[in-house]
Design a protein around this ligand. Structure first.
Ligand code: Q9C
Ligand code: ZN
Length: 341
């Protein structure tokens, strides 16, 4: 399978992540993508291609104009306001307050975010836009007949809503690619999110629609980020009623339990009968992940890929989380090799 990758991911290099009351070096580091790329090459998974530029239209099919404008200008607005550090929100429209868009950058960055760990920096917009191009270029390979493709996106995307950043995500690469399939004539698309964290952005974007089935397998949000979405009683609304499925598991979940959720997810996807499948591929389900609580082992990822292949669908993988950098290459590429086997 082909991989799409761009070194421009390095433009996303924050110095800070607010974690436990201090600013630490971000878990979502440039070395993550480089380690995965090195493994793709070591295992000779297939050719590595650079992304084509797809412009803003496919991004604006998923995200609001005002949010995209905010992301593009956040850093310059922040520095123009004379702020000494990276751009971090510190106020949000809480319950009982007004959800209007303030003029001041402190207000705007809170309006357009749901969490404070994802400091915005000079190159963040360029890297995020390139990651969307990576996803769209891999999507186009499938449109043109490839059975599967790997979008080695960084920064990741599945936490980003139509008009919110957070959880290391700015543009929802998986949602942008899913929408591109539809805009090119697909009738139905399924997005299966196997990152440790709930794919809140993807769920939210498609919550009222039946042309995209969203399924996410993740740590119980009562105990895990993003805390305020991702519970099993969220099944979609309006036209989308019945087209969202959340499968949640507790701390310590091993592969043989997690696999039951994967099976249920696959059965639901099969019943839906999509024209294409997008896998939001996070490997923060790994037993040694520093910020997560599942217990999958490296060899388990081969089984995951094998099961996904059995769905028999054109399949786009978009890279999401995974923070044990030493194992991220092996784990991510094991899914892809399991799929190809
Ligand atoms: N300070 C993805 O996996 N919480 N995002 C961090 C450690 C945010 C994860 C807790 C986790 C976001 C794409
Ligand atoms: Zn994650």
């Amino acid at each position: 399978m082909k991989t799409v990758f761009s070194p421009l991911h390095h433009r996303r290099t924050a110095k800070t992540e607010l974690d436990g009351g201090i600013l630490v070096e971000p878990y979502e580091s440039p070395s993550r993508a480089e380690t995965i790329l090195a493994r793709v090459m070591e295992r000779e998974l297939g050719p590595v291609l650079a992304p084509d530029s797809h412009g803003l239209d496919p991004i604006l099919a998923v995200h609001t104009d005002d949010y995209v404008h905010f992301l593009e200008h956040c850093w310059s607005d922040w520095t123009a306001a004379g702020k000494p550090g990276e751009a971090i929100p510190a106020i949000w429209p809480g319950r009982g307050m007004r959800a209007r868009i303030p003029q001041d950058i402190d207000g705007r960055i809170g309006y357009y975010s749901f969490s404070a760990e994802s400091s915005i920096t000079e190159g963040t917009w360029d890297a995020a836009r390139t990651a969307a191009d990576v996803a769209l270029t891999a999507q186009a390979l499938i449109r043109d007949g490839d059975r599967a493709a790997f979008a080695l996106c960084r920064p990741p995307g599945h936490h980003a809503h139509a008009d919110l950043f957070g959880g290391y995500c700015f543009l929802n690469n998986a949602a942008i690619a899913a929408q591109a399939f539809l805009d090119q004539g697909a009738r139905r698309v399924a997005v299966l999110d196997i990152d440790f964290h709930h794919g809140n952005g993807t769920q939210s974007i498609f919550y009222g629609r039946s042309d995209v089935l969203t399924v996410s397998l993740h740590g119980n949000p009562d105990l895990a980020f993003p805390h305020f979405l991702g519970f099993p009683d969220e099944e979609g609304e309006g036209e989308g009623e019945g087209y969202n499925l959340n499968l949640v598991y507790p701390p310590g979940t091993p592969f043989d339990v997690w696999q039951i959720g994967l099976e249920e997810a696959c059965k639901r996807i099969r019943a839906y009968g999509p024209d294409a499948l997008v896998i939001a591929l996070g490997v923060d389900t790994f037993e040694e992940d520093p910020i997560s609580f599942f217990k999958l082992k490296s060899t388990d990822y081969l089984r995951v890929g094998e099961r996904l292949r059995q769905l028999g669908l054109p399949t786009l993988f978009t890279m999401e989380g995974g923070y044990d950098v030493d194992a991220i290459g092996t784990n991510a590429v094991n899914v892809l090799e399991g799929f190809e086997a």
